[in-house]
Design a protein around this ligand. Structure first.
Ligand code: DGL
Length: 252
């Protein structure tokens, strides 16, 4: 029995889509969610900038005595997790990657669109994953600024931007869409409205199962807790963010 919290972070509130899966799998755990909205979007920052942001967040979680840290952000994982694992070899650092392996495992022959931030798409980590599982029917789509528009909740701009972004894929008969940024599941309905009946893939469930196994193996699950607590912190101290975050969390 280990009642220390689990730290979860993203460049904003998008990681709520990962936290929802963690809560479903591990409802007795306590969570601290860190939204780094001051530095959003990560997807257009340099590798070193993202490493520096992530390092600070890890130190925040260390000070809060977290037993595991979840990168609820594909971009932070792509750019910083290898360095952070080298720097903090004793911490459980769990990453989020575009769920492209799921296409290989569950839908190998489908026409696939992978959507992610430019930094994720260009990263060596993702390029290795893609070339390893390439089904020869895949389009990679870097989506500059999309996470930011979702983060800010700018509905009108978002709808017209998305229409423009996906226009050329409308007649390509896409069957599978990998949501390679944790903000994107929040707009899956909008994507469907443009592309039609596609099936979505993201890393949420896999991460929850993976973390559960790690904590179980290390006897670090919080087995006796009756109720969980979710504590929210935002680097720009934005109260509206907190409200939107909890609205999304309870909707799931
Ligand atoms: N939610 C993010 C991700 O999974 C970060 C988006 C961004 O800040 O650009 O990649």
């Amino acid at each position: 029995m280990d009642n220390r919290p689990i730290g979860v972070f993203d460049s904003g509130i998008g990681g709520v889509t990962i936290l929802s899966c963690l809560l479903l799998k591990m409802p007795r755990e306590n969570y601290i969610y860190y939204s780094d909205s001051k530095h959003n979007p990560y997807g257009e920052k340099t590798k070193q900038e993202v490493i520096d942001f992530v390092d600070k967040i890890i130190n925040y979680f260390i000070a809060k005595d977290c037993k595991a840290i979840v990168f609820a952000c594909n971009t932070a994982t792509a750019l910083a997790i290898d360095e952070m694992r080298k720097k903090y070899p004793d911490l459980h650092l769990i990453g989020t990657e575009p769920a492209y392996k799921m296409i290989h495992d569950y839908a190998p022959n489908t026409k696939t669109l992978v959507m992610a931030t430019p930094a994720t798409i260009e990263s060596e980590r993702f390029q290795n994953l893609y070339h390893h599982y390439d089904n020869q029917k895949t389009y990679l789509l870097a989506c500059p600024n999309l996470a930011h528009l979702i983060e800010e909740g700018e509905e009108e701009k978002l709808t017209s931007y998305l229409q423009e972004l996906l226009e050329s894929y409308q007649n390509k008969k896409i069957e599978s869409v990998v949501l390679g940024c944790t903000h994107y599941p929040l707009i899956s309905e909008k994507i469907k409205n443009i592309l039609g009946e596609v099936k979505f893939y993201d890393g949420g469930k896999g991460i929850a199962n993976h973390l559960f196994r790690i904590l179980e193996t290390n006897q670090q699950l919080n087995l006796n807790n009756v109720k969980n607590a979710v504590y929210f912190e935002d680097s720009s101290h934005n109260r509206q963010k907190e409200e939107r975050f909890f609205t999304f969390l309870t909707k799931k």
